[in-house]
Design a protein around this ligand. Structure first.
Ligand code: GLU
Length: 487
């Protein structure tokens, strides 16, 4: 590409897209691709387009499309054009564009860029196995490329319906990737690839090129797992005589074992993290940070901060290991940034899921205020509500162990007496217990915490005491002394 072209491309309004196949819930890796595209569009003052790649009816489902749309919105990645919002370049679902692919196939046939392939799945599989046995990279042998008109007619006569394959020319395919620099593929390594399957369904690479061109994409930003697809797609652009967009392939998210981040590594979909009580701003922050850098060693940022420091060159250069603890840490940070109403509205669904929400509002607010600084996710509010619920409160193993230690019962018994004397004054209550048992520090506070909360760590003890009130404290003391609170 010469400089002249670069200048022309730069003057064009930027258009990028996110093109999920609705075959499952939105993977965080794909959400990161969507985020990079969204950030790039916003930074360049361009358009961000959502395109649904649903030509393969056997693998796609409208439910997944609806989930993906919902999860993208939850993340705050809104689009300017898409199946639900319309736009000038629709339809935005590939299933609604089949006629366009048909017309474009005709053009490739007319140019002689593609040829009919009559090989059955069984024949292709046998060929593939033979290549693997010979330790050759599996690729189509090109067998049907050389069929004579007569041989084609005979196969048609047998009722075989052809797939259309692209005749990959000899030579190389090179491009300059925005993130990775120069990339080159040898044509002979690529193999003649399918453009339209025998059932008439367009293959991904073909539909993608037709759409990216007709929809006026200026940049294609996607994972590096698509690098070899880009080589095939460039051959299609060449054949059509179209100017290709610029490509940027970012590195993928890895699991702890440095393999591609997948289900066996734990939660991988945006939906799973959402259901676990991760905030969208924390997930977006994490995905932007992962493998990139927000600049100046900064780690916590809202969307404006992320936008201000975003550049394609820096984002996604290296693969990065998904670190759940880092995400939890960021989530705790973002939780702390919420004002009380904001926090409350995020917590509400989780409060209801835990079976609470009908009780006295004042009490609910007191519990939230007491535990908010201890939350690392929204889901934990359920555990805390149980903890403050006299009917459901239980000792966990560590708390039971603490209370089983020598001297702990004495502390708990003294706590009961102290509350009888000093009621709701935490200071006076603890002074009494200290005096009575001659214990201090951890030896004093840990059994009290274990008896009151059923755990050995958690919110500040004084706050817990205040929210519980003397009646609940006495009930818990009685339960622990009676030995009925073990799980
Ligand atoms: N549907 C493809 C995918 O989800 C789109 C890839 C692309 O961005 O071209 O992997």
């Amino acid at each position: 590409m010469g400089n002249g072209h670069d200048m022309a491309a730069r003057r064009k309004r930027v258009r990028v897209r996110f093109a999920p196949s609705p075959t499952g819930d939105l993977h965080v890796g794909n959400a990161r691709t969507a985020l990079f595209n969204w950030l790039f569009a916003r930074r360049e003052g361009g358009d961000f387009i959502l395109r649904i790649e649903d030509t393969d009816a056997s693998r796609t489902d409208r439910v997944y499309e609806a989930n993906i749309v919902e999860d993208l919105r939850w993340l705050g990645l809104t689009w300017d054009e898409g199946p639900d919002v319309g736009g000038d370049f629709g339809p935005y679902r590939q299933s609604g564009r089949l006629a366009l692919y048909g017309e474009h196939l005709e053009r490739l046939i007319a140019k002689g860029s593609v040829y009919p392939c009559y090989c059955s799945d069984e024949e292709l599989e046998a060929e593939r196995l033979a290549q693997v046995a010979r330790r050759e990279p599996p690729r189509y042998s090109g067998r049907c490329r050389l069929l004579s008109a007569g041989e084609r007619a005979r196969r048609e006569g047998e009722g075989r319906r052809p797939a259309w394959r692209f005749a990959v020319p000899p030579g190389t395919v090179s491009f300059r990737d925005v993130i990775r620099g120069n990339v080159t593929f040898e044509g002979r390594d690529l193999g003649d690839f399918i453009v339209v399957r025998s059932n008439g369904i367009p293959a991904y690479n073909f539909a993608c090129v037709v759409d990216d061109h007709l929809m006026g994409m200026t940049h294609v930003i996607r994972g590096e797992d698509h690098l070899s697809n880009t080589a095939l797609q460039l051959l299609l652009y060449r054949s059509f005589g179209w100017q290709p967009p610029r490509f940027a392939h970012h590195a993928l998210i890895l699991g702890k074992d440095r393999a591609k981040f997948g289900k066996r590594h734990g939660s991988v979909s945006v939906r799973e993290f959402r259901e676990r009580g991760i905030l969208p701003e924390a997930l977006v922050n994490y995905l932007a940070l992962l493998g990139a850098s927000l600049g100046g060693g900064r780690e916590v940022a809202g969307i404006d901060g992320i936008l201000a420091s975003f550049s394609l060159n820096r984002a996604g250069k290296s693969g990065a290991v998904f670190d759940e603890e880092k995400l939890a840490w960021l989530n705790a940070h973002h939780l702390r940034l919420l004002d009380p109403e904001g926090l409350r509205s995020r917590l509400d669904p989780f409060i209801r899921k835990a079976g609470y929400g009908g009780e006295e509002e004042g009490r609910l607010q007191a519990v939230i205020a007491a535990v908010r600084d201890n939350l690392t996710d929204l889901w934990q509010i359920g555990d805390y509500l149980v903890m403050f619920d006299d009917g459901r409160f239980r000792l966990d193993e560590e708390a039971a162990a603490v209370l089983g230690r020598e001297g702990s019962r004495e502390v708990v018994a003294a706590l009961g007496e102290a509350v009888d004397r000093h009621g709701a004054s935490f200071g006076a209550v603890m002074a009494y217990v200290e005096e009575k048992t001659s214990r201090r520090g951890r030896d004093l506070f840990l059994p009290v915490r274990a008896a009151l909360t059923g755990r050995v760590r958690g919110p500040e003890l004084e706050r817990v005491f205040d929210v519980l009130g003397p009646e609940s404290v006495k009930k818990r003391v009685a339960k622990v002394l009676g030995g009925v609170a073990r799980t």
